[in-house]
Design a protein around this ligand. Sequence first.
Ligand SMILES: Cc1ncc(COP(=O)(O)O)c(C=O)c1O
Length: 377
Amino acid sequence: MKLRDDYRELDEKYVMQIFARDLRIIKGEGAKVWDDKGNEYIDCFAGIAVCSTGHCHPAVASALCEQARQLIHISNLFYVPGQAEFAEQLVNTTGLEGARAFFSNSGTEANEAAIKLARVRTGRKKFVAFVNGFHGRTCGALSMTYKEAYRLPFAPLPYECEFIEFGDLDALTEVVDSSVAAVITEPIQGEAGVLPAPEGFLKGVRDVCTDNESLLILDEVQTGIGRTGKWFGYQHEGITPDIITIAKGIGSGFPMGAIVAREGLSFLPGEHGGTFNGGPLACAAGRATLSVLEGILPDVARKGRLFAEGLSAYNPRQIGLMVGISLGERCAEVQKKCLKAGVLTNCASGSLRLVPPLVITDEEIETAVGVINAALD
Ligand SMILES: Cc1ncc(COP(=O)(O)O)c(C=O)c1O
């Protein structure tokens, strides 16, 4: 397609103006992207923690092209080619024996599915979530998203949800009882600026849920698929959730999401579904993504440490290739300086957030760290 030079005017006229944006990125390869003026950037943002295998990984691109020539869409009323194969691959990454997957098209839809599953299987109506947690923008997921600016304009939301301070196990113990369908949490709060759960907290949440027969939904939309150096954040903690919600990195940028629920926890026919869920292209991208990441995963923790060591003067919070540095109001200015010097970063709730493709090279990390240090100085 020939790109037009008057894209800003076109955008303003025809696209709802939701995002403040400036650059037009037109090409990507690995951890590098290029704008329409030919400027090159090291991408430490990865489309908000999405491009796990890097931009346009050849294995993912080939899998998509090959599938597109065979079959682009077929209803879930038929067996979808490659869907069961992908489900097997995905369930194996969770380590949950007897678990099964349900596919969605995004992270918010994955959470929507998890919430519906918890509601329908427990028969309970109440949910518990955490201060500063983010779970998406559809009304169910929004009920569990903390930020009032996102939630209040759409009240009343469908689910009753109580918010507890992230890390306050005593408060959680007090609130969770036999009326609570599920507790939903991220293992590391991403949109809040990369805030890890305090040591032992997730284990405590697991115990509170077990004691009250409430389900534990772990939102691994941002932390999952290798981002933290293991397939999932909970695997650092030695706990098992009842439902894991997954999206972002799962398809290397092809839109997809999923939930994986433990053995015995499943939708019954008719309870949930979707026209596009787990389509042939999404599953092709997912299979290629997991295969590529298998080889990369063992090196993610080391690469993450390179960021942490390089930025140590600024007290980074780092788990795998997820890094946050608290900056407050300075964040936007630092982000701008990085951009000017050829590094894409992001501000999340006043923290500089780095979530690069997992394929980022040591040299790219070194260059990015140099640019970020200079911007922070
Ligand atoms: C933890 C978490 N959950 C859910 C979502 C929503 O995912 P999506 O934007 O794919 O709907 C996000 C997106 O940033 C997220 O970080």
